[in-house]
Design a protein around this ligand. Structure first.
Ligand SMILES: C[S@@+](CC[C@H](N)C(=O)[O-])C[C@H]1O[C@@H](n2cnc3c(N)ncnc32)[C@H](O)[C@@H]1O
Length: 392
C-alpha cells in the first residue's frame, strides 16, 4: 500500500469518531465533524510503541505505519502515539528499537476530544495551543475555527517545521511559533482560549499576559505527587479560577530546551531515622488517583518515586522537597510499615491526607477548585465545603 488516500482513511476516521462519541469524549456535532474530517494518519507517519524486548527491557519500537493497511488502522486507534524521543537519553537497542524518554507524541484522541470540548470554543474565538507536536490538534482547531484564528507554539523548531508541512498537506496554514510556550509573550497577541498539551507545575504568567478577561485555559497542572487537567477562566484582575475537569489525563512535562529534558537534580537523601507501622499502604496510594491529588495538595513540592533496595524489595517512596523521604513496600514483608529518613512528619502528612480524603467520602478529582492569583500564588479547595490548601 502506498500513501493512503483520504477515501481509504475515511472509514477509520468515522469509526474513531463513533468510538469517541460512545465513550462520551465527543459531545457536540462541531467537534465530531472535526474528528471525522481531519486525517490523523497525515500527522503520524512514524511512531514508537512501547514493548518488552527478548531481554525483558522496555523499549520503544519504531513503526512506519501508514504505508500498510494495519498501520493506517493503527493511526486511528484511540491511543497516544509517541513520535519523538529525547536524543540525549535514547539508546538504540536493535535495528528498530530504542530506550529513552519521549519528547513528543500525538495525544490520545479521546483525551484531546475531551479537552477541546471542555475548552468551550465559540465561532470567532482566537485560540493558542502550547505544544504543537505533530500538528494534529492544531488541525482539529483549524477545522473548527478556520486557520486564521489558530496559533500553536512548540519548543522544538524541528517539530514545528514538520507540523507545518503536515498541516499544509491537510490543507491548513495556522500561525506556528517556535519557542518556550511557558515563558514570555511568545506570540505578542491575546487569545480567547488557551490549551496546553504539555504539563506545567503552575499556570505561567505568560499565559495570563496572552489572555483577556473571559479567556478560558485548559491545561495539565503537575503538582509533584500527582496532577490533573484544570479549566480556568481569567477575570478582570488577571486571576485564573476554575476546577479540575472530569476529563482525566496527564501530559509530558513542558521543558526548557528544544530537544531534551534537563536531568533533575535531587538532594542527597537524609540518613534513615526510623521504621513504624503505617495507616496507609502503597496499594492505597497507587489505587486512588483522587487521593494522590489530595496528597499533592498536602505535600507541595514532594514527588513519588520507586525505590529498589539491595534485597530486591520495591517500595513506593515519597520524596520531600528537602532531603526527607518515607517509603513503604509495594508488597510482601513490611507492607503496613513505613521507613523514613529526615523529617518524620513527612509520612504523618500522608496519613493526614488519607484521613481527610476518607472523612470527606473519597471525593473524585473534579470536586476540587484551582486558582492562580494575579501575583502567581496558587491555591486549591474542596468545592463542597471550601477546605483549602495553598500550593505556594
Ligand atoms: C503531547 S505533545 C503535543 C501533542 C500535540 N498537541 C499533537 O496534537 O500532536 C507535547 C508537546 O509539547 C512540546 N513542548 C514541551 N515543552 C514545551 C514548551 N516549554 N513550550 C512549547 N512546547 C513545549 C513538546 O515538544 C511536544 O511536542
Amino acid at each position: 500500500m502506498s500513501t493512503p488516500t483520504l477515501d481509504q482513511a475515511r472509514p477509520h476516521m468515522a469509526a474513531l469518531t463513533d468510538a469517541l462519541t460512545r465513550a462520551g469524549a465527543l459531545r457536540t456535532p462541531v467537534w465530531s465533524r472535526a474528528f471525522s474530517s481531519v486525517p490523523r494518519h497525515l500527522f503520524v507517519p512514524r511512531w514508537f510503541d512501547q514493548e518488552r524486548n527478548e531481554r525483558g527491557i522496555a523499549v520503544w519500537r519504531e513503526h512506519h505505519g501508514t504505508t500498510t493497511a494495519d498501520g493506517l488502522a493503527a493511526a486511528y486507534r484511540d491511543k497516544t502515539l509517541v513520535t519523538a524521543l529525547d536524543p540525549d537519553t535514547a539508546e538504540r537497542v536493535d535495528e528498530t528499537a530504542w530506550t529513552g524518554v519521549p519528547t513528543s507524541s500525538s495525544t490520545l484522541p479521546g483525551l484531546m476530544a475531551g479537552m477541546l470540548e471542555d475548552l468551550g470554543v465559540g465561532d470567532g474565538h482566537q485560540v493558542l495551543e502550547i505544544g504543537t507536536g505533530t500538528g494534529y490538534n492544531a488541525a482539529l482547531l483549524c477545522h473548527r475555527l478556520g486557520e486564521r484564528l489558530v496559533c500553536s507554539v512548540d519548543i522544538d523548531p524541528a517539530l514545528v517545521g514538520a507540523a507545518r508541512d503536515r498541516l499544509a498537506a491537510a490543507g491548513f496554514a495556522p500561525r506556528l511559533v517556535s519557542g518556550d510556550g511557558t515563558r514570555g509573550n511568545v506570540t505578542g497577541d491575546r487569545f480567547d482560549r488557551i490549551i496546553a498539551t504539555c504539563s506545567v507545575p503552575a499556570v505561567p504568567g505568560a499565559w495570563i499576559e496572552q489572555s483577556r478577561p473571559g479567556t478560558v485555559l485548559v491545561a495539565d497542572i503537575a503538582l509533584g505527587v500527582e496532577g490533573g487537567l484544570v479549566r480556568l477562566e481569567v477575570d478582570e484582575q488577571g486571576r485564573a479560577l476554575g476546577h479540575f475537569t472530569t476529563t482525566g489525563g496527564r501530559f509530558m512535562p513542558a521543558r526548557a530546551q528544544a530537544r531534551t529534558y534537563a536531568v533533575p537534580r535531587r538532594p542527597r537523601p537524609a540518613a534513615q531515622t526510623g521504621v513504624r507501622p503505617s495507616q496507609v499502604t502503597a496499594a492505597d496510594v497507587r489505587a486512588h488517583y483522587a487521593f494522590r491529588l489530595v496528597l499533592a495538595f498536602h505535600l507541595p513540592g514532594a514527588e513519588i518515586v520507586h525505590h529498589l533496595d539491595d534485597a530486591g524489595t520495591m517500595a513506593l517512596q515519597i520524596q520531600g522537597p528537602d532531603r526527607s523521604w518515607a517509603r513503604t513496600p509495594l508488597a510482601g514483608e513490611g507492607t503496613g510499615t513505613v521507613t523514613h529518613g529526615g523529617d518524620p512528619g513527612l509520612w504523618a502528612r500522608v496519613e493526614e491526607a488519607w484521613q481527610w480524603w476518607n472523612g470527606a467520602g473519597r471525593p473524585s478529582h473534579d470536586r476540587f477548585g484551582y486558582a492562580r492569583e494575579a501575583d502567581g500564588a496558587a491555591r486549591v479547595w474542596y468545592i463542597p465545603d471550601g477546605t483549602r490548601w495553598s500550593l505556594t
